[in-house]
Design a binder for this molecule. Structure first.
Ligand SMILES: Cc1cc2nc3c(=O)[nH]c(=O)nc-3n(C[C@H](O)[C@H](O)[C@H](O)COP(=O)(O)O)c2cc1C
Length: 199
């Protein structure tokens, strides 16, 4: 027999169970990523054997403040994968809303078949610390080197260190785009400011 606390807990659990089954609808596991993708959607440039390439990427997250470390997933099905693993260099370029249509085109084609910079009218600009180019149309560009490849084989997960960061001062209040799956994006909205000690 459960004690009083146990019974109470179970009753609460049952209550929650009732609420869950009545108010909530089960979400297919295949859609979970659409809830948690943090965005912003970015472009990742690489360069190998003198040829630059660019892909769209939304699976990334910060893992350290300074030096800034970023974890990102690059599938081994992508042409960019071999370039990133071999050269250990890339640029993360952050596009604003006006580039959204190009970002989707970049993410729906491969550098194996097409020069995406040329095909989609994106301009390469020289980086200072790495060989892959900045994307001139993006409002921010982060020059990165790969610092940890321990999870690449298992998950395509690369840890990148940002060596140099650039911001385009002409692009005021850029609105980032955040992926919701299959051509759906949320555009960055209003900023609210609350007291918080966390940076
Ligand atoms: C909105 C969007 C987000 C994407 N996010 C990722 C991602 O996080 N990781 C990944 O490996 N591919 C991602 N892709 C797919 C690649 O961008 C796509 O496969 C691209 O064609 C690869 O180019 P490449 O073969 O020239 O490297 C995404 C595509 C889109 C449209």
């Amino acid at each position: 027999m459960p004690d009083a606390a146990g019974t109470h807990f179970r009753r609460q659990w049952d209550d929650y169970g009732v609420r869950l089954t009545t108010a909530m609808k089960e979400l297919p596991l295949s859609k979970v990523y659409q809830l948690l993708e943090p965005g912003p959607v970015v472009l990742l440039t690489t360069a190998r054997k003198g040829v630059a390439n660019v892909m769209t990427m939304s699976w990334h997250m910060m893992v350290e403040f300074e030096p800034p470390l970023i974890a990102c997933i690059v599938s081994n099905r992508n042409h960019s994968f071999a370039a990133l693993r071999t050269t250990k260099e890339c640029v993360i370029a952050i596009p604003a809303r006006k580039l959204a249509a190009k970002v989707v085109k970049v993410g729906n084609s491969s550098g194996r078949d097409v020069d995406k910079f040329k095909a989609f009218g994106l301009t390469q600009a020289a980086a200072a610390r790495v060989t892959p180019p900045l994307v001139a149309e993006c409002f921010a560009n982060l020059e990165c080197k790969v610092t940890d490849t321990r999870f690449v084989n298992a998950y395509g997960l690369f840890i990148l260190e940002v060596l140099k960061a650039w911001i385009d001062p002409k692009q005021k209040n850029p609105k980032t785009i955040h992926h919701r799956g299959y051509g759906a994006f949320v555009v960055d909205g209003e900023t609210i400011r609350l007291k918080s000690r966390m940076r």
